[in-house]
Design a protein around this ligand. Structure first.
Ligand SMILES: Nc1ncnc2c1ncn2[C@@H]1O[C@H](COP(=O)(O)OP(=O)(O)OP(=O)(O)O)[C@@H](O)[C@H]1O
Ligand SMILES: [Mg+2]
Length: 441
């Protein structure tokens, strides 16, 4: 696997005792102000000898614990990759191209799109026009929203006003998102699958691609947050808890199957309204029934399939979305799942406070430090729950049980929802109110 990644933008990094020692060794000389040509002073020579003795004993000590003992110093090598660079993307697309062709719904043409109306026309020019793709006629009804990279259209299929889809038009053509949707189809259980949107097919031309997805009519979580802000309010805490449970569940499921979303923000989550009233059983059971989810995660253009990289790969890149660069990105360190869990914290913060999250680095115990949101929690909120969420996700430990952490956070929020039936009653009322206000706007 290492070999196949060599031509990608990747580096090998050595971690462990040796790098720590080299760093501490680096401190000895600059502190003494030596130039490259200077002769070591006597006391420096002594320091150097002492240093080498210390080094030897540390190596011996670490060797005693080492299991197995392949060499004197335990090495851990891992690969660091920019998952979104042009070179990585084109290498991954080459790597999956054989499989891509076999995926149901994948349609590729080497020709430029030659329909009557150019797909890259303005939204107004396309409105009420028919677009023919793969023998089906899509009647453009409007645009549910525009993204930075794509044009989105709401369309009915073959004159059937009941069958509504979202068409995502991208130039240049970008089949990656379709690949991610098909990975979700195969890796995620049927019961969890509705939380991640569906792609029916993709039409890839030489100049442009069109992804055909399920259309959801209730707007995004960002619209929901804004609907409260425009009337001078914030989302009620019960609603914030409900959506936080949804997001924790989503990430727990995704990360456990080696998928990172990579662009976890409220305009990439579509709001859904459960077909049945929510009860405390909804929060008691581990799995939900049918289409009973409250959010649907879309926009998989930055999705990362961890399985395509060597085991232990870490990523080094900035997502470039203001307010959503995780701490590791801000400090130019490598990251993996933090890109999503940090996004979750920002979304929770936006729901609670009505604004994006600023982070403070504060002293912790024993000379360590920790990260926390700068804004404090309101006294009447469930402070312990929120504190636990932000502390755990902004300060990921090295216990390797990241998915377990997400699960126990979700369970603690769910237990709280079960602790008083009035919370569930209130949640149903708030959801009905939000649905009515967003539908009439
Ligand atoms: N299936 C859908 N149903 C309803 N609305 C949708 C759907 N897909 C996308 N939208 C709307 O279109 C917007 C843009 O879509 P999407 O996020 O997929 O594109 P994008 O160009 O990658 O966006 P960005 O770069 O801003 O993240 C969404 O924020 C949402 O408002
Ligand atoms: Mg988007």
């Amino acid at each position: 696997m290492h070999c196949s990644m060599n031509h990608m933008h990747c580096f090998c990094v050595l971690r462990g005792e040796r790098s720590r020692l080299i760093r501490s060794m680096g401190l000895v000389f600059p502190v003494c102000g030596l130039t490259r040509k200077a002769e070591p002073l006597d006391h420096l020579k002594k320091m150097h000898i002492n240093f080498l003795k210390q080094l030897e004993s540390i190596v011996e000590e670490s060797d005693e614990d080492a299991q197995p003992k392949p060499s004197k110093i335990q090495k851990r090598e891992f690969t660091v990759v920019d998952p979104w660079s042009d070179s990585t993307m084109s290498n991954l697309l080459t790597k999956i191209s054989g499989g891509l062709k076999k995926l149901t719904g994948y349609h590729k043409s080497n020709k430029i799109y030659s329909g009557k109306v150019p797909l890259t026309s303005s939204h107004n020019a396309l409105k009420n026009k028919d677009v023919e793709l793969g023998g089906r006629k899509y009647h453009i009804k409007g645009s549910p929203g525009t993204g930075a990279f794509a044009k989105l259209y709401k369309a009915s299929v073959d004159g059937n006003t009941e069958e509504i889809v979202a068409l995502k038009v991208q130039k240049p053509a970008f089949p990656w998102e379709f690949y991610m949707y098909r990975q979700l189809d195969t890796r995620i259980s049927d019961i969890q699958r509705p939380s991640y949107g569906y792609a029916h097919e993709v039409h890839v031309f030489a100049d442009v691609s069109v992804l055909v997805c399920n259309f959801l009519p209730y707007g995004t979580l960002l619209d929901a947050i804004n609907s409260h802000l425009v009337v001078g309010q914030h989302m009620d805490e019960v609603l914030c808890i409900y959506y936080t449970i949804e997001m924790l569940h989503m990430l727990e499921t995704l990360h456990s199957v080696g998928i990172i979303h990579g662009d976890f923000k409220p305009d990439n989550m579509l709001v859904c309204y459960p077909s049945e009233e929510i009860t405390d059983d909804t929060f008691r059971s581990e799995t939900r029934s049918g289409q009973n989810q409250g959010l649907c995660l879309i926009d998989w253009g930055r999705g990362i399939d961890v399985n395509l990289f060597p085991a232990g790969t870490e990523f080094l890149a900035d997502c470039g979305t203001s307010g959503f660069s995780c701490i590791e990105m801000q400090e130019e360190r490598s990251w993996t799942y933090q890109v999503d869990t940090f996004g979750l914290c920002v979304v929770a913060h936006m729901m609670l406070h009505g604004e994006e999250m600023s982070i403070a680095k504060v002293p912790g115990t024993g000379g360590s430090y920790m990260y926390q949101p700068k804004l404090s929690f309101k006294r009447y909120w469930n402070v312990a729950l929120w504190k636990q969420l932000f502390t755990t996700l902004l300060n990921p430990g090295s216990n390797g049980n990241h998915v377990g952490d997400l699960r126990s956070l979700r369970r603690s929020f769910q237990e709280y929802m079960c602790s008083n039936y009035q919370l569930v009653v209130k949640l149903n009322q708030l959801l009905a109110k939000q649905k009515a206000s967003l539908c009439s706007s």
